[in-house]
Design a protein around this ligand. Sequence first.
Ligand code: TRP
Ligand code: SF4
Length: 404
Amino acid sequence: MNAVAAQHARVLSGMRPTGRLHLGHYHGVLKNWVELQHEYQCFFFVADWHALTTHYDDPSAIPQSTWDMVIDWLAAGVNPKEATLFVQSRVPEHAELHLLLSMITPLSWLERVPSYKDQQEKLKEKDLSTYGFLGYPLLQSADILVYRAGLVPVGEDQVAHVELTREVARRFNHIYGRETDFEQKAEQAIKKIGKKAAKLFNNYRRAWQEQGDDEALAAAHALLEAQQNIGVADRDRLFGYLEGGGKVILPEPQPLLTRASKMPGLDGHKMSKSYGNTISLSAPPAKVEQQLRTMPTDPARVRRSDPGEPEKCPVWQFHLVYSDERTQEWVQEGCRSAGIGCLECKQPVIDAVLAELKPIQERAREYEEQPEVVQNIINEGCETAREVARETMDEVRHAMSLDY
Ligand code: TRP
Ligand code: SF4
């Protein structure tokens, strides 16, 4: 596959190794990954080098956190037969591309990434004045571009990093996609696709370059993707020629914004480890039940006979995630009329959360009992990932005159 065609089919995302995951991860990220794996060629990886950018002083927890997290991915239904699961530090091509990209990335692009200042302010107790921390969004760019991924599922906070990736890719293609005889080579490639296709291509190209006709651009993409009789390099040239640049070596990815998870924490705020309001995917049922039973409700309901307001109650947020319309009506009605008690109201939520966790925990147990199976999944994933990354790096090295 050529760079642009491969890109359409490929999804890449990564997570820092944080150890055991919770329901917020499940509803916010993992369910999405499980859906995507049926539709795309998916690469999901443990961003262990990224963890070092903020935790270089104590990396000792990273290995265990990695295995725990991978088990939770598998337990949540990420299927190693469908998706490629791997660990960043086992694919050194990420580091090579990061280094090469660092040569062309203006310092100011990194300094203005919003997370740079935000995190420094938020994590005051940490030393974040390192080269590695400044460069981590560029490492993320390398993570994405080394697979020439087209879609990157991320949360809102990461969109700026995908945007940086697009700018870096554009700059890379601009500098290194310009072969000395690019125009001639492109014209020769056009000849190879046949008279009819060539005429269409030229018309689409003109319509796009002169009138900015999006449909013509899309039609030209489809036309190029359907061509059987040109090689990868020629096709990449034509994609570049079409848009008026050089050869597209690193295609620009798009963020795939994960719908913001509605999953509330036990206190009604967003579920997050740093707030201490999580329900762990691996929590024993008795603990989950106790956590939900003791979670706060509308403070107006001091006595059982006091009416309440679901909108002011974190339990209602759980009903929005877990309950059908009938149950939701029963809550609204029963709460406002003091017809039901809070424990009664929580019971359907407790049942639903336990039912959701049961198959996840059963699968987790199987993997925990066979750590070598998990290791093999990662070993195989690393190999698959490395093959793809190597192909990209061959082209990158060639474009940068480093293949001598
Ligand atoms: N920076 C991301 C985070 O903190 C993790 C990450 C690293 C990532 N590399 C990536 C996500 C590449 C998507 C694509 O959540
Ligand atoms: Fe919350 Fe339900 Fe109690 Fe109303 S009845 S306050 S919604 S737990």
